[in-house]
Every structure is written in C-alpha cells, then in structure tokens.
Design a protein around this ligand. Sequence first.
Ligand code: PRP
Ligand code: ZN
Length: 289
Amino acid sequence: MDNRDRLLRIAVQSKGRLHEDTMSLLRETGIRVDEGKRTLLEKARNFPVEVLYLRDDDIPQCVANGVADLGIVGSNEFEERGEEASVLRPLGFSKCRLSLAIPRSEDYTGLAWFNGRKIATSYPAILRRFLSESGIRAEVHVITGSVEVSPGIGLSDAIFDIVSSGSTLVTNNLREVEAVMECEAILIANKHIGQDKRALIDELLFRIEAVMNAQDKKYVLMNVPSESLDAVVSVLPGAKSPTVMPLATKGWNSVHTVIEEKSLWGIIGKLKERGAQGILVVPIEKMIL
Ligand code: PRP
Ligand code: ZN
C-alpha cells in the first residue's frame, strides 16, 4: 500500500458559495491546510487528508468515479448531477432553496401560470422532474450563469434558481413564487471506499459531529442566591440538570448550563427576573455527546 492509499482525498469548492464555510468546517475539525498556496491539491499538515479544489459542478462526478474519496457539495448540485455516491451527512451550512421566480409585475395564478412559459435555469434535471411531477408543460432553457437577468432581457418568462437572502431576486425585479427544494452542503463519499480508509472517515465524521453539536449552542454561567436556585433552574432547558456549585460567598451558587442560541434571549430575561446575576455567555467549540 503506498502512501496515497492511506490519504483521504476530499473534493471541495475552490471558490463560491460553499468555499468559506467548507474551509472553516475543516479547520474546526482540526484539519489544517495551507490556503495561501491554493494549488489544485493540497495536503493537510496534521491529518491524513488532502484537499482537492474543484468547481462545485465537478465534485459529484469526481467522488462517483473515485478521483476523490469524499466531497463537500451543495445538495442542489448533487441532485442535479445524478451521480452515484453515498450521502454521509448534511452539514448544516450554505442553506438555500431552489425556487421558481417570475417578474414582479406578473399576476401569479398558481403553478398553472408556468404552462407554455419559458423558464431559464442551470438546474434543468431538477426542474424537469418537478414540472413533470406537477403536470406542467413548460419550456426549459438551460443557461450556466446570470440566470436572474434572463427575464429582463426577454430570454425567458421565469427563472428556476438558487435563492438564499433573496436579494438577487429583488435586484432583478423578480418574485419567488414556488420553493421547490431546500438545499444545504452535504458530505458525500465514493461508494467503493476501501477498509483502510473507513477508519479515517469515521474519525472525520466523529469530529464533524462534535463541531456541529456545538454550533448554535452557548455555555451559560451565572451567579444565583440559594433562595432563587429552584426558580432559576426551572427555566433552564435540557434533559440533564445544570451544574450547581457553591461560591466562596455563603448563600451564593454558580450555575452552568448549555442553551441553544435561538432561545437564549428569552431565557436570559427569565433568569434575571428570577434573581440570576453576572450572567456569562460563552461559545462552545466542540461538544462530544
Ligand atoms: C446563486 C444564484 C443567485 C444567488 C442568489 O448564485 O444563482 O445569483 O446565488 O442568492 P441571494 O438570494 O442571496 O441573492 P451563486 O452565488 O451560488 O453562484 P452560481 O450559481 O453562479 O454558482
Ligand atoms: Zn456552479
């Protein structure tokens, strides 16, 4: 077995929508790649991984044919390409949707509006499937870039494209009328990975899990007088009890717990009402459950 056999090769987007978040996920799993050099193939310094930088469109195929063992790609791109690869897990970032959008000035009457219309897209496979499932007969016009300008220049009546913040639609006087697919980054793997690489993939998955568990969660510490302890603990979420430790000052306790970021502000208000003081909110880097 040469060295190459024991290196996991991960295909990632070289630039664009997923690039930054992908690199920061790798960084958080402890994989260090020199990003400055940006050669096509870059070996990690401290984990048997090499990163292959590609256009997102090429990632599914490279993983399917084994040029790369793993790939991080948008579920939209993966779905569109229809390549054979295993989806190991969703990664929770680069969330967006594939939607149908029409000029703002149009009166939208429901899906039937699209009958006989021309729709521009870079996702023809997904669009055609959706149209046929919905019994709509429309013309699909395939373009690879700047799909959003095509209604404005008379190239199509509507578009089918990625919507994230929605600002591209606003800028082009378009209105999202049907969200067809929710998308996010996913980790995909070649279907014929050898035993020698499985352990490495398991280790990588374990680390990704720890990073993702910690996302959107905060570690919260506060001081609580003993008489308020029950009232404070009762508003803290979580199956397991929070940690309660006595402070040096008699009658006071330090309470520690983990709170989801989305419920943080609501809970903090209640904690203050109930007598908690000196509330500290700190980020969690990894969380092994
Ligand atoms: C997508 C899409 C829109 C934009 C939508 O392009 O084609 O142009 O993002 O995002 P918004 O709703 O936040 O404005 P992307 O940047 O992914 O590039 P690509 O499709 O050309 O690869
Ligand atoms: Zn692309």
